[in-house]
Design a protein around this ligand. Sequence first.
Ligand code: AMP
Length: 399
Amino acid sequence: MTIRYIDEIKDLSGKRIFLRVDFNVPLDANGNITDDTRIRAVLPTINYALDCNAKVIIASHLGRPKGEKNPKFSMAPAAIRLSRLLDKEITMAPDCIGNPAKKLVDAMKPGDVIMLENLRFYPGEEKNDAEFARSLAELCDIYVNDAFAVSHRAHASVEAITNFVPTIAAGFLMKNEMSFFEKAMQNPVHPLVAILGGSKVSGKIEVIDNLLNKVDKLIIGGGMAFTFLKALGYGIGKSLVEEPLLETALNTYNKAREKGVKIYLPVDCVVADRFDPAAEIKITPIQEIPNDWMALDIGPATVTLFSEALQNCKTIIWNGPMGVFEMDAFSRGTFAMVSAVANSYALTIVGGGDTDVAVHRAGEFAKISYISTGGGAFLELLEGKILPGIRVLEEKGHA
Ligand code: AMP
């Protein structure tokens, strides 16, 4: 089934569009936005709706107010930033449902923008409550979801609302996410390689299982590699390990080999005598990790190995850093891989919060084909799941 996008809806002029976005932006201690990527990401959809003379009602959550009104989590800073980016006045509604919101919406003229207050000020949002969803739906004629990063959540403004609005569509950010995902997973140009890193195997086992049916090569780095290495009989010192998953890791490794998927693990690493930026460090082959040291990054031989493995690939999917890149001493492996991926001649798709941060910090984001805005949502797509927010768009997004 396919999804209908906002540009396939005829005549938006004068219509009230409820636009679900993810403006869950990071704020500093004084409530200032420290990164507005999520706001910028939906500007094409907002601008399109405004060009069509629609009335745009923007709805999002921010932080975890746990179903209670809390000014600390107000959408007001996001409204101010959006106003600046659009160079347009935006009305901040004091609530997301009820009379105050309704009155403001009734007074809207075509081309106006309203920002609703935090959806998660009501417990009904996260409970996917039908009554709460109905109250949201009362504000609009058309529902547009451009919040890919929350599409894996069956929340009222993502799922239940679609039962109460006659016209449903997705925005352009969602269109980008879905089209790159399709290019990577449903219809990839081979060879396809997945690079997985991050701290743990748990939480990524379903991803690996699903990827083994799709990829030609699987590269495993980061903390999760050491559970695999231990399962294969290496002494890994005090490196991160998930003992209960040793057998699963071994089975996964063998399954990959049976399926003919080429699997790559680190051959050397940066070890430290403690988890500290000032720790003593050295580079060792994985056969020589000292008993009371821990591996916190991939080593230079591994970077060469992994980079060579990328050489003939046409599609690369990457989730999870290769080491503790937050500390300078253990960031080189991740940054070297960012550079290898960015300079490859493949279609490159990076997803997951940390990997995104690493790519930006390495200054290579412009050379990556697509950086997904969804952490959990991106991982769940890689697991082969159908996300609740996408499922309703597929089922109900038709004329
Ligand atoms: P995840 O949330 O599972 O994607 O993991 C991301 C985190 O993994 C980052 O904060 C990294 O610091 C951490 N990480 C990566 N490599 C290692 C390692 N070798 N040991 C411990 N933590 C690691």
